[in-house]
Design a protein around this ligand. Structure first.
Ligand code: EPS
Length: 389
C-alpha cells in the first residue's frame, strides 16, 4: 500500500484519531475544505440527538507545516464533545466509584454486539458497540479529506448523492458532471432531485413516527481520473476489488456495484460494453459509461461510478427481539439514542473511502516524494498515451 491510513477511537471515548501516511511533501491543503467535509458528514434529515452535541473539528497533530505536507505521517484528532457526559463510563482509567457502572446484556440484531461479545470475551455489550459505532467514520472523513486535497491537485474531484431512502427512489441520472454536485448539500437528504428530496424527508418522518429506521442507496462519482490506475495483473491490485472492499467496510453497507452492474447482467453483450473511439481533437473517448470507469481492474479514464446499498440502522426505538446474554432469557434489544437514517452521511463517508483508494492508486502508479514530482509523472504519462483532459 502506498498511501495507508488507520483510525482509532470509541464513540463516547475522549476522541477519534486518524493517521494518514504516504501523502507527498509540498502539497497545499485547504483547511476550510477539511472543516467543510467534517460538517457535511453531520448533515442529513433523520440524524438523532448526538449531532446536536457534536460539531466535529479536526486538529492536525503532525505532518503539516504552514498548510503544506511534510511527507511525514499526518495525524488528526477529532475530540468527542459528548465525552464529558461519559467520562465515568468511558474513562480509559479506573474511576473511583465506577464499579457500579451498569453493563448492557441486550445485543441488537444487525449490530456487531453479539458476535463481538463472543469473539472478544466481554460481558458488556458497550465494549463492542463503542468501537463498532459509525462515529468512527468521522475519522475516515478527516483522512479522506486529506486524500481529496491530493486528488484535487491532480485535477480529480469526488462527489456523492443519495439515490434512495427506504421506498423513495430518485430518478436515474447518467449525465452527471462535477458541476451538478455544487448544491447537493442544500438538499436535506443530499439528493439531487428536488421532488425526490421532499418525498424522502416525508418518508423519514413517517417511518420515524412508526419507530422504524431506514436504509437506502447512494452513489459516488469521481471525475478527472487518469486511465490505468489499478492493475489487471494480480487479484489484489484490481481497483474494482479495492473500491468494493473500501465501500463495504463502511458501517451498514451491504452491497456495492460498479457502473451499471446489475442492469448489465441482464443485457446482451452488444448493449453491455462501452465502444472505443478516437479523434484528433478528443483523443480516446467512449460514448457510454456502463462500466462505471473501470475495465480489467483499472480506470479507463471515464468517470468512476460506484453505488452502494445500506441497511436500516440496527438501533431501533421499538427494539427487536433478542436474548439477555447473562440470563439467556428472551428480551428486547437495548435501546440507545440513535439516528433514524444515515444514508446522506454515508455518501460523504464513501467519498472519503473512494478518495483514499484513488489516492493510493495514484501513489502506486506515479511515485514521487514531492507533489511536483507526482504532477510531472502524471503529465508525462498522459502525454505518452495521448490522453486529453
Ligand atoms: C451511533 C449512534 C449514535 C450516532 C452515532 C453512531 O450515537 P449516540 O449513541 O451517541 O447517540 O449519532 O454517530 C455519531 C456519533 C456520528 O458522529 O456519526 C451508532 O450506534 O453507530
Amino acid at each position: 500500500m502506498n498511501l495507508r491510513f488507520t483510525t482509532a477511537g470509541e464513540s463516547h471515548g475522549p476522541g477519534l484519531v486518524a493517521v494518514v501516511e504516504g501523502l507527498p511533501a509540498g502539497l497545499e491543503l485547504d483547511r476550510e475544505a477539511l472543516d467543510r467535509d467534517m460538517a457535511r458528514r453531520q448533515l442529513g434529515h433523520g440524524r438523532g440527538g448526538r449531532m446536536k452535541i457534536e460539531s466535529d473539528a479536526v486538529e492536525i497533530r503532525s505532518g503539516l507545516r504552514h498548510g503544506r505536507t511534510l511527507g511525514s505521517p499526518v495525524a488528526v484528532l477529532v475530540a468527542n464533545r459528548d465525552y464529558p457526559n461519559w467520562d465515568v463510563r468511558m474513562n480509559p482509567w479506573p474511576v473511583e466509584g465506577s464499579d457500579g457502572v451498569e453493563e448492557s446484556h441486550l445485543p441488537r440484531p444487525g449490530h456487531a454486539d453479539l458476535a463481538g461479545l463472543h469473539k472478544y470475551g466481554f460481558t458488556d455489550v458497550r465494549n463492542v458497540l463503542e468501537r463498532a459505532s459509525a462515529r468512527e467514520t468521522a475519522a475516515r472523513v478527516a483522512a479522506g479529506s486529506l486524500a481529496k486535497g491530493f486528488l484535487a491537485a491532480l485535477g480529480v474531484s469526488v462527489h456523492s448523492h443519495v439515490t434512495r431512502i427506504a421506498s423513495v427512489t430518485a430518478p436515474e441520472r447518467d449525465d452527471l458532471g462535477p458541476e451538478d454536485f455544487a448544491e447537493v448539500d442544500e438538499s436535506p437528504v443530499r439528493c439531487l432531485d428536488e421532488g425526490a428530496s421532499g418525498a424522502m424527508v416525508a418518508e423519514i418522518d413517517r417511518l420515524r413516527k412508526e419507530n422504524e429506521s431506514l436504509g437506502g442507496k447512494f452513489e459516488v462519482r469521481a471525475f478527472g481520473l487518469s486511465p490505468g490506475l489499478g492493475s489487471y495483473v494480480s487479484w489484489d491490485r484490481k481497483l474494482d476489488g479495492r473500491l468494493a472492499q473500501a465501500i463495504c467496510s463502511i458501517h451498514s453497507v451491504k452491497g456495492v456495484s460498479l457502473g451499471e452492474a446489475w442492469e448489465v447482467a441482464g443485457r446482451p453483450g452488444s448493449e453491455a460494453h462501452d465502444e472505443i473511439f478516437h479523434s484528433e481533437d478528443r483523443g480516446w473517448y467512449r460514448e457510454t459509461n456502463r462500466a462505471g470507469g473501470l475495465e480489467g481492474g483499472m480506470t479507463n479514464g471515464e468517470p468512476l461510478v460506484v453505488q452502494a446499498a445500506i441497511k436500516p440502522i440496527s438501533t431501533m426505538t421499538q427494539p427487536l427481539r433478542s436474548v439477555d446474554t447473562e440470563t439467556k432469557e428472551p428480551a428486547q434489544a437495548m435501546r440507545e439514542r440513535t439516528d433514524s437514517t444515515v444514508v446522506p452521511a454515508a455518501g460523504v463517508v464513501a467519498e472519503a473511502m473512494v478518495a483514499l483508494v484513488l489516492a493510493d492508486a495514484y501513489r502506486e502508479k506515479f511515485g514521487g516524494d514531492h507533489i511536483d514530482d507526482v504532477l510531472a509523472a502524471v503529465a508525462a504519462y498522459e502525454e505518452r498515451i495521448g490522453w486529453r483532459r
